[in-house]
Design a protein around this ligand. Structure first.
Ligand code: IMP
Length: 193
């Protein structure tokens, strides 16, 4: 069985991706299995750059083929930010609702509702050899936060051709259309072919 290291400390992501990998006879090794932590500075200006920084680091540290992901939301009204700073932007407010209120306010002012989520996965196979897989989901920001599923910006993001927010969709429904699942599917297709 082929072994790959997933450079992440996020337990939920590891469980989710492990399940998919097992179906394809690929063995996922996590940082935890190797007693390593994902402490590396994400100093890149794009999702691709940050994913590459992490997958290169994991490969150089362990010698295992290694992949890492980086994702976030880009909002037209905010000049397509916060992007790579999505987590930090949310954490700057006292709670998620306060962050959402700020976003709604800016959108009311300039009337641009478009947004997208993007995930980049970088797979490092050899020294200085990496491949990037991108996933994107287009949509718009809702007028108010709705739904109790998911995490992060899910309650304010309505995918294109839907009228529910991602937080109103079940995990299964979200996984069928999400930026992350698109990128993971591309990675798997690359690995099994
Ligand atoms: P990460 O790179 O996957 O850890 O994502 C960085 C940040 O982007 C998260 O902390 C969330 O705030 C936001 N984000 C990424 N993916 C999603 C998603 O599927 N739903 C909601 N927020 C997300």
């Amino acid at each position: 069985m082929r072994q790959l290291l997933f450079f992440s400390n996020n337990k939920n992501k590891i469980i989710e991706i492990k399940k998919i990998f097992n179906k394809f006879n690929l063995e996922l090794i996590s940082l935890n299995d190797l007693n390593l932590s994902a402490e590396v500075e994400e100093s890149g200006k794009s999702f691709e750059e940050n994913a590459k920084i992490k997958s290169d680091y994991g490969f150089n540290k362990t010698g295992f083929p290694c992949f890492a992901d980086d994702s976030g939301i880009c909002i037209e009204s905010l000049g397509w930010k916060p992007g790579v700073l999505s987590k930090r932007f949310l954490n700057n407010f006292k709670n998620n609702q306060a962050c959402f209120e700020r976003i709604f306010k800016v959108i009311k002012k300039n009337n641009k509702q478009n947004a997208y989520f993007k995930t980049s996965i970088s797979l490092t196979i050899k020294n200085n050899q990496n491949v990037i897989f991108n996933g994107k989901i287009d949509g718009r920001i809702s007028e108010q936060a709705r739904g109790r599923f998911g995490f992060g910006y899910d309650p304010i993001f309505i995918p294109k051709n839907y009228n529910k927010t991602l937080a109103e969709l079940s995990t299964k429904e979200k996984n069928e259309i999400s930026h992350r699942s698109i990128a993971v599917t591309k990675l798997i297709n690359f690995l099994i072919n």
